[in-house]
Design a binder for this molecule. Structure first.
Ligand SMILES: NC(=O)c1ccc[n+]([C@@H]2O[C@H](COP(=O)([O-])OP(=O)(O)OC[C@H]3O[C@@H](n4cnc5c(N)ncnc54)[C@H](OP(=O)(O)O)[C@@H]3O)[C@@H](O)[C@H]2O)c1
Length: 311
């Protein structure tokens, strides 16, 4: 199968197309013919070698952790999916680094997979799993956002932020968010109540007594300043220090847990147009396509998701 791999850690230029064997599936896995994937900042962080302490892979490594496609084979113990099902998934990060989603075929455990709603294209579905599930788990399960609460979502125009704003609005919160001026109209249109231009205004100068902060930019001290003493802060971009943990507020970090059931719920909300998927740009599964996509993500100025079309 065609896949985009790296043979050493380093710059985007290291990404290139190579022929790889189709993954063998275990009894509890499905094999997906992958029609689309998407880019997340973890991809270029992994490419640079920053995940080495967690995953010590052997090269060549296939990166990527979003998939949308058609099941071609189901393991003996799989009960929920069969060949021909249209699905999407955030597969587990494997130990050997060979099973990323920049590839024409992807293996995923059954419990990480969801049926793709018919209303969604494969490209839209591929933009959801990693960023959408992260936003869902932080806003709903970690911050426990409730109707009427005031919530700050940092980097509202990012892949995670766009989902987080809409999920918090869906739960009935008042939502402030940070972005550059050129994203203001989009974020107001998606439901944000207040958009703060982070280039000109400090959040702690304009926001007070917030119930919850979703930190996606590692600005924990600033986030703590806008919270009421009983407030909650969850970061996905840093780790609270011992000093920050002494704050009266509840401060923690979070690492996404892939979950097919939650992905299915999220897909339904997108199909019902309660949550919109914003695509920044689309590239092909080619050497130049992946290199350009990584450079776009690494610029840290993508507005929405960067999608890779495979089929
Ligand atoms: N722990 C986990 O499980 C987990 C899961 C997903 C993501 N993450 C991490 O969370 C972070 C965000 O991910 P993402 O996918 O949303 O990234 P992304 O899509 O690359 O975010 C890009 C956006 O961030 C905005 N931005 C950059 N610096 C900002 C700042 N100081 N204040 C406000 N906005 C700013 C940019 O807006 P402008 O162009 O307007 O500047 C751009 O729209 C990354 O570090 C990622 O690695 C962690």
């Amino acid at each position: 199968m065609r896949a985009v791999v790296i043979n050493e850690y380093g710059p985007a230029e290291n990404l290139h197309v190579e022929e790889r064997p189709v993954p063998e599936i275990a009894d509890d896995e499905v094999l997906i013919e992958n029609y689309a994937t998407s880019i997340n900042p973890i991809d270029w962080k992994a490419r640079l070698g920053l995940l080495k302490p967690m995953f010590d892979w052997n090269f060549p490594v296939v990166l990527g952790w979003d998939a949308a496609g058609v099941v071609t084979k189901a393991g003996a113990r799989v009960t929920k999916f069969k060949a021909g099902d249209k699905v999407f998934a955030r597969p587990d990060i494997d130990k050997d680094g060979k099973r990323g989603t920049y590839a024409e075929y992807v293996a995923a455990k059954e419990d990480k997979v969801a049926l793709k709603p018919e209303e969604l294209s494969f490209e839209t579905a591929a933009a959801i799993p990693l960023a959408g599930l992260t936003a869902w788990q932080v806003v709903q399960d970690r911050l426990h956002v409730k109707s009427g609460e005031k919530v700050l979502v940092q980097a509202g125009a990012g892949g995670v932020g766009l989902f987080a704003i809409q999920i918090a609005k869906y739960l009935g919160a008042y939502v402030a968010t940070t972005a550059s001026a050129d994203s203001r109209d989009l974020l107001l249109h998606l439901g944000a109540d207040e958009v703060i231009d982070y280039h000109t205004t400090k959040i702690e100068d304009v926001l007070h007594d917030y119930d919850a902060v979703f930190d996606t930019v590692d600005a924990i001290d600033a986030g703590l300043k806008v919270l009421k003493p009983s407030g909650r802060l969850v970061t996905i971009a840093g780790h609270p220090t011992a000093e920050q943990k002494k704050a009266p507020q509840d401060v923690s970090d979070w690492w996404l847990q892939p979950n097919g059931k939650q992905l299915s719920e999220l897909g339904t909300l997108v199909a019902q147009e309660k949550i919109k998927v914003i695509i920044d740009s689309t590239f092909d599964l080619t050497t130049s396509g992946l290199q350009s996509a990584h450079k776009r993500s690494e610029s840290r100025h993508a507005h929405g998701k960067i999608v890779i079309k495979i089929k």
